[in-house]
Design a protein around this ligand. Structure first.
Ligand code: PLP
Length: 492
């Protein structure tokens, strides 16, 4: 049995990487011809299955070696004369089987080498589908407040005029922009006028619109945290022709001294809870970032990630409140309610808000009005606050269980960051290879992500990202025990 190098990335990450791969900037992908795909359109076998079989065969025979990047799905689809969805489906299936993996930068590469010849000295560990999945970034949607959401839907459908069903208004409905401005000013210490709010389909669309507007205005270089998420700002900036530079992250977010060396026109930050390492940007660093932005005329993009979840302290207000003319604020309901809502919001300085609203309308003619009004009603009734008050103890308990299990069963794993959010990073001992632990965990039925794939500067100290928010307490304890076993196995 061939042994996957890593097959633990979440399906969310797979899907998103696959979606963004064509714009990833991955340069030396294998040529379409190298895949030796010969489609038979008359035999009745589905096209995606034929593509899968050719790639699987190439890997099994050693023609496609581990680490070989595959062509972007758009390019392969064009070359084969099939729709892109067919190629994406084939890639996704092979990712699920462990033959391919989605890499930082949003492209897909071969994850395993040709089947090793079994010898008594090398017995490959069996790999199973994950039984316990520590993939990050998942709100527990089983707690979605269906009843109160339904009440808002009923109210809106009963009371809203027929114009509701016409094309949406430019920046989003006035009701939602007002409700969000009230919420952000009250809870996040922001400084928001409803006119500055643009409703978007989640952070992913928001950051894409911001990048397109900044690029059109002449921006050349985008700074991002290193490590940071690899499936939104980074591939989108590359696709827009921007250079992406990493700013190293320490225990309290980015090291601001390194900012001056970036020559960047904008920076994307997760100051409330750095993704993934979990630090909070200190007040001094926030002020230093704003001084840097003033000096350069740069824009700060504040992804207010995980700000709602603090388990042992009060949250720090948004940077936007300190400098509304320099900061673009981005919020999302994905971690608080459900990612399937695709509900996000931007607060944009007055100088840029028209351009961002224009980009939004050009992109998709506006977010669905009905959903906006329902969310506005939900916010205005205080249901959002109530839902967060209900969820905080649930997540906090799971985090506490995780931390206790790590302390007891895997004390070599050193937790990072503050008690907040929906995931926890633990650093590995310096002599332990991160990908070996991830693979050994997968062989024990546990999916966990490493930190190194999210670095721009190459691998250094390894770490594991434990998404705990949608696991039962029992699964968390069992999963940690299995990871402790994997760690012990890798270290011997
Ligand atoms: C760093 C970061 N910010 C924001 C989000 C929310 O994205 P969206 O609103 O598009 O679901 C995510 C999602 O995983 C994320 O990883």
């Amino acid at each position: 049995m061939a042994k996957p190098r890593t097959n633990s990335r979440s399906s969310r990450s797979h899907e998103r990487s696959l979606r963004s791969e064509s714009s990833s900037g991955a340069s030396n992908t294998s040529r379409v011809a190298d895949l030796l795909i010969d489609l038979r359109r008359s035999g009745g076998e589905a096209l995606h299955r034929q593509i899968e079989a050719s790639i699987r065969d190439g890997i099994r025979t050693g023609r496609l070696r581990v680490g070989t990047p595959l062509p972007p799905s758009r390019a392969l689809a064009a070359d084969l004369g099939v729709s892109r969805g067919v190629v994406v489906e084939a890639y996704q299936q092979l990712v699920a089987e462990g033959y391919l993996t989605s890499r930082a930068g949003g492209y897909t590469e071969v994850a395993i080498d040709q089947e090793p010849v079994a010898t008594s000295a090398s017995v490959a560990e069996p790999v199973r589908a994950p039984l316990i999945d520590f993939s990050y970034g998942r709100s527990d949607v089983t707690h979605f407040p269906r009843t109160v959401w339904l009440r808002s839907i009923r109210k809106i459908l009963t009371e809203a005029p027929n114009e509701l069903f016409l094309y949406p208004s430019r920046r989003g409905t006035p009701e939602l922009r007002q409700a969000l401005a009230d919420y952000l000013n009250r809870v996040r210490g922001a400084s928001v006028d409803p006119d500055q709010v643009v409703i978007v389909n989640g952070y992913a669309q928001g950051i894409a619109l911001i990048i397109s507007v900044l690029a059109a205005a002449g921006a050349r270089r985008l700074a991002v945290e290193d490590p940071s998420s690899d499936d939104d700002a980074r591939p989108m900036a590359l696709a827009a022709g921007l250079e992406v530079v990493g700013v190293p992250v320490g225990e309290e977010g980015i090291l601001v001294d390194a900012l001056d060396r970036t020559d960047a026109d904008a920076i994307v930050l997760t100051p409330s809870h750095q993704w993934p390492t979990g630090g909070v940007l200190s007040a001094e660093s926030r002020a230093a970032v704003l001084r840097w932005a003033s000096r350069r005329g740069a824009v700060v993009i504040e992804d207010d990630y995980d700000a709602e979840y603090r388990y042992d302290r009060a949250p720090i207000g948004a940077i936007q409140g300190l400098a509304p003319d320099q900061v673009i604020y981005a919020g999302s309901a994905s971690k608080t309610l459900a990612p399937g809502l695709r509900m996000g919001w931007l607060v944009v300085p007055r100088t840029l808000v028209d351009a961002v609203a224009e980009a939004k309308i050009t992109a998709d003619r506006g977010s669905p009005t009905l959903d906006q009004l329902v969310f506005a009603d939900f916010l205005a009734r205080g249901e959002f606050d109530r839902h967060l008050r209900r969820m905080r103890p649930v997540y906090r308990r799971r985090r506490d269980v995780l931390v206790a299990a790590l302390r007891e069963k895997a004390p070599a794993l050193r937790p990072a960051g503050i008690a907040a959010g929906l995931h926890l990073v633990t650093w590995l001992p310096s002599d332990v290879d991160e990908s070996a632990v991830v693979t050994a965990a997968a062989a024990r039925g546990v999916a966990v992500h490493g930190v190194n794939p999210y670095r721009l500067s190459g691998s250094c100290l390894g770490g594991l990202i434990f998404g705990y928010s949608s696991l039962s307490e029992r699964s968390i304890v069992d999963g940690v025990a299995l990871i402790a076993d994997a760690l012990a196995n890798v270290r011997t």
